[in-house]
Design a protein. Structure first.
Length: 451
């Protein structure tokens, strides 16, 4: 799967596609074969002297690719051609101990999880970069007032830093989930043909534990080949991460619209937004994030289907999860790369934010007026009074301040100076700045830990 997005030429590939090339998967499988030989030699199941030649030869560069391809065409088997070629290159007698007591899925699934772990480490690094950029963004915009919007309408003032704090808070939970899933997801499976340890005997669990130790993984408690929930879990976690990233991309996309004009993603010099409209400064990175996130979420149902394995093993579901994982990881790498660029290069436009705050002529401060007035006449009565003025301002086009100032129910308790002060949006952002700075600190701490 190539990155054919127009922005791809501007950025360094995160490296996920290379991980999912067949050659890298093969090498991961060979690494598992070495770990198997080491574990079995440690337990006296195979001769100790067989390990060194197996480990020395288990490098794809030393194997004959043409022989592997020819055997694959003849056998239509995923792993056998690779095992044959490794045994041939190792030679007798050590070659006879290659793949001892294992079945194909033991090797391929464990190896594919080594590949997934490589991708996982890239994702963590990307999230660290994003969180570091968000920390800077939250700090510099902690007190930058912007219209808070609920249901697409002005609600109460917030700060842009508060928006970023929301993003940080959610991303930190995704990061926590990814860390927590590591011992569940990155597991070695070595139970033999049906997961019963029959081919390995009483030492089977110890062999699996040894393989896991050599690979830095966790052994499966029950190495059943029909177990796939851990593989699905990771794709689901990526889908959740994609949902958050898509939400962030959509928010920036919206605030970048001409009618809003409150922020702008990086638009490098020389960018062309349209072949026919020279003025265009299009949100290309945001669009890429939103599209990749949507495609990523669409893969989750396939990963869920992959849990539905029949009996003790089912190649059908293995094919499903292999495709789901590769696609999800590649999309995640592309998505996070672009989100990082947006966060690092975003332009904020506080003057436009203020202009938009004032579009309603103070209506965004209706709650503040209601609460102040409510202290004198009760909240519900104050709500009715302010509601009448607010609706008249919206429908009839009168100034909200003038309507409040002309209502005896209001002026009995608030003079015009008090009304005008209550309609100043910069005075009603609650703890936004504090939450933004707190989130920035947590984000920076997480980014440092991931560096």
């Amino acid at each position: 799967m190539s990155d054919d997005r127009s922005t791809a030429a501007r950025m360094r590939d995160p490296g996920i596609r290379a991980l999912y090339r067949l050659e890298n998967r093969w090498q991961a499988w060979l690494d598992v074969e070495v770990a198997l030989a080491r574990a079995q030699a440690d337990l006296g199941m195979i001769p100790r002297e067989a390990v060194t030649p197996i480990a020395r030869c288990a490098k794809l560069s030393l194997l004959d690719r043409a022989r592997i391809d020819a055997a694959a065409a003849r056998t239509a088997h995923t792993l056998v051609p690779l095992v044959w070629e490794l045994a041939r290159v190792v030679g007798d007698p050590a070659g006879g101990w290659v793949h001892w007591g294992a079945t194909t899925q033991n090797i391929t699934q464990t190896g594919d999880l080594l590949v997934l772990r490589q991708a996982h480490r890239i994702f963590l690094g990307q999230l660290g970069r994003i969180l570091g950029a968000m920390a800077d963004l939250a700090e510099r915009s902690a007190a930058m007032v912007i219209a808070g919007r609920t249901h697409g309408q002005h609600a109460v003032p917030v700060t842009f830093g508060f928006k970023v704090a929301v993003w940080i808070d959610e991303l930190l939970r995704h990061l926590e989930r990814l860390h927590q899933a590591e011992p569940r997801v990155f597991v070695a499976m070595l139970g033999g043909a049906a997961g019963t340890f029959a081919s390995l005997g009483d030492l089977g669990p110890a062999v699996q534990e040894g393989v896991a130790k050599h690979l830095g993984m966790t052994p499966m408690r029950v190495p059943g080949r029909a177990i796939g929930d851990h593989l699905t879990e990771y794709v689901v976690l990526l889908g959740m991460l994609g949902a958050t990233c898509g939400k962030i991309g959509r928010e920036v996309y919206t605030l970048m619209k001409t009618e809003f004009g409150e922020v702008e993603e990086p638009v490098p010099e020389g960018s062309v937004g349209s072949s026919t409209m020279p003025q265009k400064r299009n949100p290309h990175y945001c669009q890429d994030v939103v599209a990749a996130a949507a495609e990523l979420r669409s893969i989750v149902p396939l990963a869920l289907e992959a849990i539905q394995a029949e009996h003790e093993a089912d190649r059908t579901t293995a094919l499903m999860i292999r495709e789901a994982t590769a696609r999800a990881c590649i999309l995640t790498g592309d998505m996070l790369l672009r989100l990082g660029m947006i966060m690092e290069g975003m332009t904020l436009k506080p003057e436009r934010m203020r202009r938009n705050l004032d579009l309603g002529g103070g209506l965004i401060m209706a709650e503040a007026v209601m609460l102040q007035l409510g202290g004198a006449i009760g909240r519900q009565h104050a709500h009715d009074v302010v509601h009448d003025a607010a609706q008249a301002a919206s429908v009839e086009g009168h100034a909200f301040a003038d309507l409040l100032g002309a209502d005896a129910r209001v002026t009995a308790h608030l003079d015009r100076a008090a009304i005008d002060a209550l309609l100043e949006p910069t005075r009603y952002t609650g703890l936004c700045a504090q939450m933004a700075r707190d989130a920035a600190g947590r984000a920076r701490e997480a980014a440092t830990a991931l560096a």
